[in-house]
Design a protein around this ligand. Structure first.
Ligand SMILES: Cc1cc2nc3c(=O)[nH]c(=O)nc-3n(C[C@H](O)[C@H](O)[C@H](O)COP(=O)(O)OP(=O)(O)OC[C@H]3O[C@@H](n4cnc5c(N)ncnc54)[C@H](O)[C@@H]3O)c2cc1C
Ligand SMILES: NC(=O)c1ccc[n+]([C@@H]2O[C@H](COP(=O)([O-])OP(=O)(O)OC[C@H]3O[C@@H](n4cnc5c(N)ncnc54)[C@H](O)[C@@H]3O)[C@@H](O)[C@H]2O)c1
Length: 456
């Protein structure tokens, strides 16, 4: 038995920083990774997808050259091998960066292999048995694939990243984050794209109006949507994938050349040997934690996607900050201090913070709303990118910003000015009286806040 002070399982978005912090605090620390260092975000999530989104945007803008007076002769073609090589380089740099950082950290032992609990405080990895007083679980999540698709050659977010040719017709099951980002990307690379979604709208977390506007933007680029269509089975021939859907209208069968499954993710807790511990997980496998990310057993924490308290890189990293602040800084940070925030990287991006309009309508608060179409923002017009809107919700009584949605160019950056006022817990007048730089999209944020109206 090897004894450590701290063991970290998984090197996603929380594990590496926590491992380095534990080691620097003088704890004899071990960190274990079964696959590539850096986890989902670095290897099969944010980094590769946003690299490919950038390639897709370049193709799109090249096709739009004429709108800007730029002449490009001939068809715009995408070389997937080069797109992949660019993406692979970025991923390689990031994953190597994480691995080198960990291996060079003093007081930290890096182990490769699948970690499993064999007893409450005993972890087994590659035949080695380890124990520690503090054990941190950062094992992330993996794609959930409906069992009906098990016998066909589908891709998930992992396999699609290795394509070296542009699919002729990409059928995507799931019209949410992964489905929409890859859908627009491959449409811009030149594929025909059909997105099949069981719900009655895409990205169902949003207010219905937002889902509709985004769907329209994507349809204008030629993406086909099949809503209220639940994929129930699939068959494969040599060059064709056909999925069957349970639907009220339209064909019950959809055929394409490639199939991407983007039907959600499941936590990596089922292969951890949790049954040998008293750590509790929900029916869906999320490890139960309190506001400080402590599990139901003393000395165990769960961070990142595996705890179900967030499903983003920034929430996983914030989990590290919370655990480290409580353990080492006597600073009682907690999950409930966090304001909901995320961006969907379609183009334009869809960013959201705090409360949604449909939630505001259902609340007993006195709500003010500010709204502006991107067509009425000078910088967006100058850039030729006028799709979308900015929407801000304010509590009329407390003057606090409750939430905001920006579907529009650079919204994922701009929204932080509103988010920071929310974190500062200051009234919206702080920003409505601010002078912003011209010409920017952000300069309209004060204007929108000067023109709030009651939410009807
Ligand atoms: C296609 C895609 C795009 C995304 N884009 C974004 C985005 O733009 N912005 C954003 O905020 N989020 C995005 N996400 C979500 C983001 O990637 C995750 O929320 C984030 O990576 C979660 O980090 P984590 O620390 O929980 O775990 P992960 O990053 O999943 O890492 C967990 C690690 O634990 C390892 N592991 C698991 N079990 C064991 C075991 N038993 N023993 C040893 N090691 C183990 C795994 O191999 C993995 O390396 C995206 C996700 C996907 C799939
Ligand atoms: N920009 C980002 O931050 C970003 C990007 C990609 C992924 N992610 C993360 O990855 C996670 C997973 O994303 P996702 O899009 O796979 O999952 P999701 O859970 O957000 O959406 C899955 C979608 O698939 C649909 N669906 C499920 N089964 C179906 C079936 N049989 N037929 C038709 N439709 C079906 C659901 O109705 C839902 O709309 C998200 O939670 C997100 O946090 C984030």
């Amino acid at each position: 038995m090897e004894t450590f002070d701290a063991i970290i399982i998984g090197t996603g978005q929380a594990g590496p920083s926590l491992a380095a912090r534990c080691a620097s605090e003088g704890l004899k620390t071990a960190v274990i990774e079964k696959d590539k260092f850096g986890g989902t975000c670095v290897n099969t999530g944010c980094t590769p997808t946003k690299a490919m989104v950038a390639s897709a945007k370049a193709a799109h803008m090249a096709r739009r050259g004429d709108d800007f007076g730029v002449e490009i002769s001939g068809d715009i073609q995408v070389d997937m091998k080069k797109v992949k090589a660019r993406k692979d380089k970025l991923v390689e740099n990031s994953t190597n960066g994480v691995e080198n950082w960990l291996r060079e950290t003093e007081n930290l032992t890096v182990m490769e292999g699948h970690a499993k609990f064999i007893d409450n405080h005993i972890v087994e990895v590659g035949g080695r048995k380890l124990t520690a007083e503090k054990i941190f679980i950062n094992t992330g999540a993996r794609p959930f694939v409906p069992p009906a698709l098990n016998h066909v050659d589908y891709m998930t977010n992992k396999e699609i990243l290795d394509l070296e040719e542009v699919p002729e017709h990409l059928v995507i099951i799931g019209g949410s984050y992964i489905g929409l980002e890859f859908g627009q990307m491959f449409r811009r690379f030149g594929s025909e794209v059909t997105i099949v979604e069981q719900g009655d709208r895409v990205i169902s977390r949003e207010t219905p109006e937002t889902s509709k506007i985004l769907q329209n933007i994507l349809e204008e680029e030629g993406i086909n949507f099949r809503l209220k269509a639940k994929c129930i089975s699939a068959v494969q021939t040599e060059d064709q994938m056909t999925v069957s859907v349970d639907c009220e209208s339209g064909s019950p069968q959809i055929s394409g050349t490639h199939l991407l499954v983007a039907t959600g993710r499941r936590p990596n807790s089922d292969n951890l040997g949790l049954e040998h511990t008293e750590i509790e997980a929900s029916d869906r496998g999320y490890i139960q934690t309190n506001d400080y990310l402590q599990t139901t057993v003393d000395g165990f924490w769960a961070l990142g996607d595996v705890n179900g308290k967030g499903a983003f890189t920034h929430t996983a990293y914030n989990d590290f900050e919370i655990v480290a602040a409580n353990l080492f800084d006597n600073d009682p940070r907690k999950v409930s201090d966090r304001i909901l925030n995320y961006a969907l990287y379609t183009d334009p991006s869809l960013s959201h913070i705090g409360m949604y309009e449909h939630e505001a309508r259902g609340s007993d608060k006195n709500i003010l709303i500010g709204y502006r179409e991107m067509t009425r923002i000078a910088r967006a017009k100058e850039r030729g990118e006028t799709k979308g809107f900015i929407k801000i919700l304010v509590d009329a009584d407390t003057e606090r910003i409750l939430g905001a949605t920006i579907l529009g160019v650079d919204g994922d950056e701009i929204i932080h000015s509103l988010l920071d006022v929310m974190y500062a817990d200051k009234p919206y007048t702080v920003i409505s009286r601010a002078v912003h730089i011209h010409p920017t999209i952000s300069e309209l944020i004060p204007t929108i806040l000067q023109n709030l109206e009651p939410l009807e």
